[in-house]
Design a protein around this ligand. Structure first.
Ligand SMILES: Nc1ncnc2c1ncn2[C@@H]1O[C@H](COP(=O)(O)OP(=O)(O)OP(=O)(O)O)[C@@H](O)[C@H]1O
Ligand code: NI
Length: 321
């Protein structure tokens, strides 16, 4: 199958006091059309940095981005701002943890979805019925009345649905969802995840979901990339990662497996914290928390190896685990 998004050797550094912070390093992966790919990792490991880079929302002077981000064969990093705006609006959509940040409080929710529509040759009336249909697609009850509500009259779950409807109005091929349900209660979270699953069926949208929550990954992902301190340490399909994790970090995550509870699943159940890597770093970034670390883990940077088809791991000690 063709590749929708191809990321190759992506490296992102922030200029900070005291040097450069390596937020993302040497990340390579492919996302296929209609695929749901989850980035899993604890706070600070570089998940949001990666997704903002894909959207080219990181381009300030303190940031350096190198490597390749190709969307359907086009390198996004070399597009003009004008061309990138078109990609952002129509090809790749993004939803965030807090939809209030993206919705305008002074306009009715339906008006914002209406404004986002980019249909050609349709009457006002046809456009409004499209808005109604989108509200129904994202399962907003009493859609006609809800279209007239202002964002602050809606619950967090309803606002997230409006955001998803707004994204869908452009019919993107890729939806990036950065912690889309973190601000929601468990029941609403389940509903939003179901909506995302049904959108993939209905619209064929590929979804890149970014999360620290293993339950979400188990619920919706086809494939998983496990991030640690800015690097991918393991990648594979969801069953492989859950049933046969190889990297000591992934193994530790799985031992703390929550399955159904939201809070127990926080990855912070592992001792220690993700290091901030300033400047050049040699060795494995997980070394200081790893019970299996030996000399080579400190002296040589591990690289991704394909252990079985589609199952990649970056660890010097994978063979003994
Ligand atoms: N604009 C910035 N300038 C400097 N450092 C930054 C900037 N944005 C993020 N960082 C740092 O880069 C690292 C990765 O941050 P990022 O927000 O991508 O992580 P995350 O995995 O999304 O975390 P969270 O789960 O908390 O959202 C962190 O150490 C963070 O402090
Ligand atoms: Ni984040």
């Amino acid at each position: 199958m063709e590749t929708l998004l191809k990321i190759k050797n992506l490296k992102i550094d922030y200029a900070v006091r005291g040097g450069t912070l390596s937020a993302v390093n040497n990340v390579s992966l492919d996302i296929k059309p209609k695929e749901i790919f989850a980035f899993l990792g604890e706070s600070g490991c570089g998940k949001s940095t990666l997704s903002l880079a894909i959207m080219r929302l990181l381009m300030d002077r303190n940031t350096s981005v190198s490597g390749e981000i190709e969307f359907k064969g086009t390198n996004l990093l070399t597009l003009s701002n004008h061309e990138m705006n078109r990609v952002r609006g129509r090809k790749i959509g993004m939803i965030f943890q807090n939809p209030l940040d993206s919705l305008n409080p002074v306009y009715r929710s339906g008006t914002q979805v209406y404004e986002a529509l980019t249909l050609d040759n349709v009457t006002r009336q046809q456009a409004w019925s499209k808005v109604l249909q989108l509200y129904q697609d994202v399962k907003i009850p009493d859609a006609e009345r809800r279209m007239k509500s202002f964002p602050n009259e809606m619950s967090g779950g309803m606002r997230q649905r409006v955001m998803i409807a707004m994204m869908l109005s452009r019919n993107p091929e890729l939806l990036i969802a950065d912690e889309p349900t973190t601000a929601l209660d468990v029941t609403t979270e389940a509903q939003i995840l179901n909506i995302m699953l049904s959108l993939r069926e209905q619209y064929g949208t590929a979804i890149l979901v970014i999360t620290h929550n293993l339950g979400i990954v188990a619920e919706i992902a086809d494939r998983v990339g496990v991030m640690y301190a800015g690097e991918l340490v393991e990648m594979g399909d969801v069953n492989t990662i859950f049933e046969n994790p190889l990297h000591p970090y992934t193994k530790a995550l799985m031992r703390a497996l929550p399955r159904h509870s939201k809070n127990v699943g926080r990855i912070s159940t592992i001792e220690g914290t993700v290091p901030r890597i300033i400047g050049e770093y040699i060795g494995c970034r997980f070394e200081n928390r790893c019970p299996f670390a030996i000399d080579i883990c400190r002296s040589k940077t591990p690289t991704m190896r394909e252990i079985t088809t589609g199952h990649f791991v970056s660890c010097h000690r994978e063979e003994i685990l």
